[in-house]
Design a protein around this ligand. Structure first.
Ligand code: ADP
Length: 159
């Protein structure tokens, strides 16, 4: 079985993430969304909340599972039996960071390949941080995130 991991912070999941996820799900038997537990990064949602929100959003994607993880990504891949890491590429600015990540992961475990999917143009300037900032100032984020996520962001920000 061909299993891929799509790792990230997903704080929160955007329509750009979802597009990459759907495309990856059409290429692999199984895709596991790996929500990174990163204690150094100040997040709007806890890892558990992010997992729940993604789960609610992807109910129609039968071959996708969502888990959180900490530690090395390649170790998580081994644990779940994944041979591929999915990463989305937006503008050129993503490239440098992604090359570094690829090089480190490949050196750690060359049995795990990184597969890059290009963002659709309409999502190429969409990021979780932009969504949070726009929402914070009461801007319209309905075109940027799935409805379930929009609801949760508004609840959290208006607390
Ligand atoms: P990370 O902290 O690992 O960068 P993110 O949640 O920001 O986590 O992103 C996870 C992955 O999704 C990365 O590969 C990132 O490049 C990709 N990604 C983020 N936003 C988009 C988008 N709008 N279109 C396509 N890919 C995206």
């Amino acid at each position: 079985m061909n299993i891929a991991v799509y790792p990230g912070s997903f704080d929160p999941l955007t329509n750009g993430h979802l597009d990459i996820l759907k495309r990856a799900a059409s290429l692999f038997d199984y895709v596991i969304v790996g929500v990174l537990i990163n204690n150094n990064k100040k997040c709007l949602f806890s890892p558990e909340e992010r997992v729940d929100m993604i789960n609610e959003t992807i109910q129609d994607l039968e071959n996708v599972r969502v888990m959180h993880f900490n530690g090395l990504l390649v170790d998580f891949c081994d644990k779940v039996g994944a041979k591929a890491i999915i990463r989305g590429l937006r503008a050129v600015s993503d490239y440098e960071y992604e090359v570094q990540m690829f090089a480190a992961n490949y050196q750690l475990n060359s049995n795990v390949e990184t597969v890059f999917l290009m963002s659709q143009l309409k999502y190429s300037y969409l990021s979780s941080s932009a969504v949070k900032e726009i929402a914070f100032y009461n801007g319209n984020i309905s075109e940027m995130v799935p409805p379930i996520i929009e609801e949760q962001i508004k609840k959290r920000i208006n607390k």
